[in-house]
Write a protein that binds this ligand. Structure first.
Ligand code: PEP
Ligand code: MG
Length: 575
């Protein structure tokens, strides 16, 4: 039976394909048939995961102090024993070979068999060891996820490809899907500027969040149409509806192709105002798409994604290589690298922060400053990369002077340590700050006096101004970039920074929303940074804009707080 589900479209376009349901549960495993020639590799992958967990447990064991309670050591010994037992370390391997399946699936099948045996046991002590088996399996699963293996290609019937359907996914989960070829991405939870949506947008495929119960209603392999522009999913469409969407999809693709012609055109308004359009990236590989879409620089490199989906942290050399690659690939164009914005919904181990208000807690610069050694490593890596291109350092979520001073002091310290070792870096490297806390936007002088440039993070700025959690779908309808307070604050930031000649960019999702392109231009923005997929759309709008025509309308918008009038004025600006 055909039916429709409504959510919030986070990335436009139309996808038609078969549903693939995924879950975040640690022990949930997809089942793939692995081609015969790949089976030995899959077995090797499993063995490597066992070895990694063994090393991890042995390291833990060695680290247990003599003074620690005896149970600590005994607990680790027990886990090592479970791991080394052939039921976990060898049988899954046999399952991989006999069933030609992926390692995760084999492990899951074997765990279920083991747990069933435990249920039969009379002895309470032994029965309770079930939890230990599960914990060891969780460790192996985690090790496997750090070394992705064979990814099945989309089904062969595929004019229709695969649509990823999930209840909730962390940004770390989504970034892993960059390697998969899903045609679309839909989730039950999430707001339109949640980091999950932000990354989904960067995949450049139609995606929808806040569908509430799509994962329950849609079946594995069911045919679905995703209209990312309208935020609608049509499940099991009839022939007529399907034909209609196939046509729309075709038209959308033609429009995209046409836009490509603008790649090398400068973004200049009809009345000669030049605008700089830059790209937001999460991983070094994203630069390819940025260049294909004519980005004039990287306005935001969200480096925290280098820290996710892995065991252990990237060391200085690994970070340096990542930053250097981006700096070199951008060939002299500016590359603004943000120090890691971890915390809240981007935790190093991929788990959610369980403090009561994680978005108000230890995240971004606050976290950096509590871990000076880790921060210093990143700063040194960024400075080293600055020798190979035009690198700027960007500090997220600044709130007061002390944070600016401490961050600048740390940069000074990183420079001195490089000087001592004779390691080159750009001595004129610029340091900027993100304006994403309302207090910072209101007391802008604290930042313009000490920093070389600013970048407005509207995703957080709006979340904090309106007290609307950007990750919570139940309040997503309240998230309003057109709120009079938001518009006036943005105008204040552009004007105040302009007066003292401090360049200001905007790198929140507003920058890539074509319905806001002209309004932001009229409010004074000249540097936009967005996901590559939006660059040409936005450029097209800039090229057709005339600043002197829209400026008076934007001024009127700043003077009204009537939502209907605001909408009507915006429509005139965009006409
Ligand atoms: C923002 O808050 O607008 C921003 C660009 O940073 P992030 O989305 O990574 O929090
Ligand atoms: Mg932010």
């Amino acid at each position: 039976m055909s039916f429709a589900i409504h959510g919030i479209g986070v990335s436009g376009g139309i996808a038609i394909g078969h549903a693939h349901l995924v879950s975040r549960a640690k022990l949930e495993a997809a089942h793939y048939v692995v081609p015969a020639y790949q089976v030995p590799e899959e077995s090797t992958r499993f063995d490597a995961a066992i070895r990694a967990v063994r090393a991890e447990l042995e390291e833990l064991r060695a680290g247990v102090r003599a003074t620690a309670p005896a149970e600590f050591g005994a607990f680790i010994d027990l886990h090592l024993m479970i791991l080394n037992d052939s039921t976990l370390s060898a049988i899954p391997r046999k399952i991989i070979e006999s069933e030609q399946c992926n390692a995760e699936w084999a492990l899951r099948v074997q765990m279920d068999a083991l747990l069933a045996q435990f249920d039969e046991v009379e002895d309470t002590y032994l029965r309770e060891r079930k939890a230990d088996v599960v914990q060891v399996v969780e460790r192996i699963m985690k090790a496997l996820s750090g070394q992705p293996g064979y990814i099945p290609p989309p089904p062969a019937d595929a004019a229709h490809s695969r649509i990823l359907v999930a209840h909730d996914l962390s940004p770390a989960d989504v970034v892993q899907f960059k390697q998969h070829q899903f045609a679309s991405f839909i989730t039950d939870l999430g707001g339109s500027t949640s980091h999950t949506a932000v990354v989904a947008r960067s995949l450049n495929i139609p995606s929808i969040v806040a569908l509430h119960n799509a994962r329950q209603l849609i079946w594995e392999n069911e045919l679905v149409v995703v209209d990312g522009t309208q935020g609608v999913v049509i499940v099991d469409p009839d022939r007529q509806v399907l034909a209609e969407y196939e046509l729309r999809q075709h038209q959308f693709d033609i429009e995209r192709q046409k836009l490509k012609r603008l790649r090398d055109t400068r973004a200049v308004t009809l009345d000669g105002i030049e605008v700089e359009l830059q790209a937001n990236i999460e991983l070094p590989g994203d630069v390819v798409e940025a260049r294909e879409n004519g980005a004039m620089g990287i306005g935001l490199f969200r480096t925290e994604f280098l820290f996710l989906n892995r065991d252990g942290l990237p060391d200085e050399d690994e970070q340096f290589e990542a930053y250097r690659k981006v700096a070199q690939d951008m060939a002299g164009l500016p590359v603004t690298i943000r120090t890691y914005d971890l915390g809240a919904d981007k935790q190093v181990d991929g788990e959610k922060d369980h403090t009561v208000n994680p978005a108000l807690g230890l995240r971004a610069i606050r976290l950096c400053l509590t871990e000076p050694q880790r921060f210093l490593i990143q700063l040194r890596a960024m400075l080293r990369a600055s020798h190979y291109g035009r690198v700027n350092i960007l500090i997220p979520m600044l709130m007061n002077t002390a944070e600016v001073d401490q961050a600048l002091q740390m940069i000074k310290q990183a420079r001195s340590s490089l000087d001592e070792n004779g390691i080159p870096y750009d001595p004129n490297i610029k340091v900027g700050g993100m304006i994403e806390v309302p207090a910072a936007a209101l007391a802008l002088g604290m930042f313009t006096r000490k920093l070389d440039f600013l970048s407005v993070g509207t995703n957080d700025l709006i979340q904090y101004m309106l007290a609307v959690d950007r990750t919570d779908d139940t309040v997503a309808h309240l998230y309003d970039p057109l709120h009079p307070a938001v518009l006036n604050l943005l105008a204040h930031v552009f004007k105040t920074a302009g007066k003292v000649n401090v360049p200001v960019a905007l790198c929140g999702e507003m920058a890539g929303d074509v319905t806001l392109t002209r309004l932001l231009l009229a409010l004074g923005l000249r540097q936009y940074s967005m996901h590559s997929a939006h660059l040409l759309d936005v450029k097209q709008y800039i090229l057709k804009s005339s600043l002197h025509e829209i400026k008076p309308l934007a001024r009127k918008m700043l003077r009204t707080d009537d939502p209907d009038k605001l909408r009507a004025l915006l429509a005139r600006i965009n006409a």
